[in-house]
Every structure is written in structure tokens, then in C-alpha cells.
Design a protein around this ligand. Structure first.
Ligand code: KIV
Length: 290
């Protein structure tokens, strides 16, 4: 399905990390829901994505797939889950599929990771690549910087994309690269490119749920993000209104309150008063629900 969209209608991908965000993404018509390792900074309060483990990714991927979305769910392989042996890589990718319910996995990096991509693909698990500004390489990149700005680096990135395709990826995320680099990769490879901060030429686009919807209260937003709503502000307003109603006594109202049958209430009130216990016992015997 995804490969068939090369050069056709644009692919729409968004992150989701739990059941409510997955339901919203699916209702809005996402083609792909990415359970990104960005869950680390976006939801779990870490400074970068390096903190999350396979267990954490399985936990969040399963929350997303339990909603049974129409979209393809891709589970991100976290840092160090595909860096040592191919056996360990396949076992970790397998957990995202078997326990998390994902339909595919994504991993970062180019030619360095070919053996891992091939091993996962040989285990019949569809793999998405991720090149350019790869957040798991934050330390080796010297920070979150646009990649492939110089001709040589851009050429390396384009070669990485071709090598990933040969290794069997079904799509590649291009993050934080100049538009011309994304455009050349998109023209040269037969599988879809999905851009994030990579210009308009890609076969699809991806953004982080909390950035698009404005749910990430007060977070720094990179230049490539377009925020379409202000859900965090809406939520603050809703909570302020709730708290004001609690203060004034306007909440809860009659319709938001459960009531007891009058007869039971009378018995209860008698029970609550020890001097009336004998009367209450008699009333209990007569009561229809006793
Ligand atoms: O983890 C993530 O959110 C991602 C996207 C930004 C592509 O990898």
C-alpha cells in the first residue's frame, strides 16, 4: 500500500503514543501512525530520545494498536536496540510486532545499519529507514543540526538512501535536510520518502502529533513545524472553567449527580443516626429492597 503511493497521492504520517492520540490520528485519515521514540521527549519528559528502551516502545505501540486503527502502525526501534548483533536486532524488532502489534518498524541510519535492515527484512518484518537529522545520533552529530548541507555530506546521504533501498526498506523518513537533497533522493529511489523538515518534494510528510495540534504546551517548535491548533491552551481554559465551577458550586449540577430512591434515603438517614437504630431495623425489614 505504502510503496504503491510513490509519486502519487502524498502519504500522511503522524506520531501517536497512546490510545487517544491514535484514535484521533486514525479518524483524521493518517496513512501511517508512527509510534516514535520521540515519546521520550514529547510524553515522558526526557531531554532526548536516548532514554527509551524496547520495553517502553512495546508498551506505547501496544496502546496504539489496541485501538485497531486502519492506518499502518510503525514502531520505532529505540537507540541500542539494533546496534550490536543482528540476532538481537531481529528479536527486538519482533517484540514490536508480536507484543506491540505494529505492522512495521523504523530504524535510523544508513550504510552502517545495512546488516540490521537486511536481517529484519529477512525475518519478514517491513522496515522503514530514517536518514538526515537522526535524533538518536544527537551526540555524534554535535546537536540537532540540519544534515547534508555540504555537497559531500549530501552525496553520502543520497548513497545511504540507495543502499537502504537495496537492503529492503519500504520507505525512508528524511529529517532535517535541505529540500534539494530530499528532492534528489525522492527522484532517485523507488520507495516513498516521507519528509520532516525536508521540503515539499517528498512523497509524504510526517509531524509529531503534539506539535501539529499544539498539545505540547510550551515546547520549543522547530522551524519546519506548522501548528494547526492550540489544544494545550484549550485544555487550560477547560480546566480553569472546571475549577471556577467547583469554587462557585456550579459543578456538579443536578444532571451530573446520582440520586437514591427516597425510601432508601430515609432508611439510610435513620441508620446514620444511632438513636434511631431500632426504627431503622424495622424499616429495613419493611423496605422493598431489603
Ligand atoms: O520519533 C519520531 O517522532 C520520529 C519522527 C520525527 C520521524 O522519528
Amino acid at each position: 500500500m505504502v510503496a504503491a503511493r510513490k509519486g502519487g497521492e502524498k502519504l500522511k504520517m503522524v506520531t501517536a503514543y497512546d490510545a487517544p492520540t491514535a484514535r484521533i490520528a486514525d479518524r483524521a485519515g493518517a496513512d501511517i501512525i508512527l509510534v516514535g521514540d520521540s515519546v521520550a521527549n514529547v510524553v515522558l519528559g526526557h531531554d532526548d530520545t536516548l532514554a527509551v528502551t524496547v520495553d517502553v516502545m512495546v508498551h506505547h505501540t501496544a496502546a496504539v494498536t489496541r485501538t485497531d486503527p486502519k492506518a499502518l502502525v510503525v514502531g520505532d526501534m529505540p537507540w541500542l536496540s539494533y546496534h550490536s548483533t543482528t540476532q538481537e536486532t531481529v528479536a527486538n524488532a519482533g517484540r514490536l510486532i508480536r507484543e506491540g502489534g505494529a505492522g512495521a518498524v523504523k530504524l535510523e541510519g544508513g550504510r552502517k545499519r545495512l546488516a540490521m535492515v537486511e536481517a529484519v527484512r529477512d525475518a519478514e518484518i517491513p522496515v522503514m529507514g530514517h536518514l538526515g537529522l537522526t535524533p538518536q545520533s544527537v551526540h555524534s552529530m554535535g546537536g540537532y543540526r540540519v544534515q547534508g548541507k555540504e555537497a559531500h555530506a549530501a552525496y553520502e546521504l543520497i548513497s545511504d538512501a540507495s543502499a537502504l533501498v537495496d537492503a529492503g526498506v519500504f520507505a525512508i523518513v528524511l529529517e532535517g535536510v535541505p529540500d534539494v537533497v530530499a528532492s534528489i533522493v525522492t527522484e532517485e529511489i523507488p520507495v516513498p520518502t516521507i519528509g520532516i523538515g525536508a521540503g515539499a518534494a517528498c512523497d509524504g510528510q510526517v509531524l509529531v502529533f503534539h506539535d501539529v495540534t499544539g498539545l505540547g504546551a510550551g515546547e520549543y517548535l522547530p522551524k519546519f513545524v506548522r501548528q494547526y491548533a492550540s489544544l494545550a491552551d484549550d485544555a487550560v481554559e477547560a480546566l480553569e472553567a472546571f475549577f471556577a465551577d467547583v469554587d462557585s458550586g456550579a459543578f456538579p449540577s443536578e444532571v451530573e449527580t446520582y440520586h437514591m430512591p427516597a425510601e432508601s434515603e430515609e432508611i439510610l438517614r435513620n441508620l446514620a443516626n444511632p438513636s434511631d437504630h431500632i426504627l431503622a431495623d424495622e424499616a429495613m425489614e419493611r423496605a422493598p429492597d431489603a
